[in-house]
Write a protein that binds this ligand. Structure first.
Ligand code: KIV
Length: 275
């Protein structure tokens, strides 16, 4: 196992920054991200040592009852980023840019500004090569960007469903190329969702930015899960997720278990991984 034992298993005592995460990648120390949406969970995540909070547009499905992320609006994202920020002054907060809010660099600039002013420390956007120009523009102007490749849920209609991406040689080649382009354009983090573990490992080794996997195997620099999956609130949980509440006494215990299991390399196991 390339990663060391946990060095931190309790409340965050220092503010997590982009610099912290890049240093952790360099030192092969895993970090943990949770997608969550409100102030009390955000406060618990701080107490449990979760370094990065993603206010994901998954809130469309997990909180608002839509059947995809497509209906989520800027106003809804801003409302939830503000709430998460009020609960936590230590974790790094990443705000998702909703569907079509970054279709042009100008839209991205205007809408990323609003997410940052709501309290996020960085924005997340789904896309490959076409997004590199936007990443560079935001990054040059002081807005850190997390890119997102693999299964990009805002493109579910184009992808024809929620499926593992990058299985063919050609798809894998394009994803690796896109990751390198986004890295060169200045992206600071990369989410890899539902990607074969060997491809995620190859991308992680090829880019300078830390990678955060969800259904991407154990070799990414970090892991992310959605809070509803961690707490067993999802009726049909995805293969890559795990209910940590069944092995814990309470919600903070579940978050601590997730943090510990990621940092020691126990999670994700082969049963959560796509070959
Ligand atoms: O919206 C979200 O929560 C996400 C994660 C699943 C990576 O994009």
């Amino acid at each position: 196992m390339p990663y060391g034992k946990p060095t931190q298993d309790s409340a965050l005592d220092k503010e997590v920054t982009i610099h912290t995460l890049h240093k952790m990648k360099a030192e092969k120390e895993k970090f943990v991200t949770v997608a969550l949406y409100d102030a009390p969970m955000s406060a618990m995540a701080k107490k449990s040592g979760v370094q990065v909070l993603l206010v994901g547009d998954s809130l469309g499905m997990t909180v608002l009852g839509y059947d995809s992320t497509i209906p989520v609006t800027m106003e809804q994202m801003i409302y939830h980023v503000e709430a998460v920020r009020r609960g936590n002054n230590k974790s790094l907060i990443m705000g998702d840019m909703p569907f079509m809010s970054y279709a042009t660099p100008e839209d991205a600039m205007k809408n990323a500004t609003r997410i940052m002013q709501a309290g996020a420390h960085m924005v997340k956007m789904e896309g490959g090569e076409w997004l590199a120009e936007t990443v560079k523009m935001l990054s040059d102007r002081g807005i850190p960007v997390c890119a997102h490749l693999g299964l990009t849920p805002q493109s579910v209609n184009k992808l024809g469903g929620y499926r593992v991406q990058g299985r063919s040689d050609e798809q894998a080649r394009i994803m690796l190329k896109d990751a390198k382009l986004l890295d060169q354009a200045g992206a600071d983090l990369l989410v890899l969702e539902c990607v074969p573990s060997t491809l995620a490992q190859e991308i992680t080794a090829a880019v300078s930015m830390p990678t955060i996997g969800i259904g991407a195997g154990a070799e990414t620099d970090a892991q992310v899960l959605v809070i509803n999956d961690i707490l067993g609130l999802t009726e049909q949980p995805p293969k890559f997720s795990k209910n940590f509440l069944v092995e814990s006494e309470d919600i903070p215990g579940s978050l601590k278990k997730f943090v510990g299991d990621v940092r020691t390399g126990v999670f994700p196991g082969p049963e959560h991984t796509f070959g």
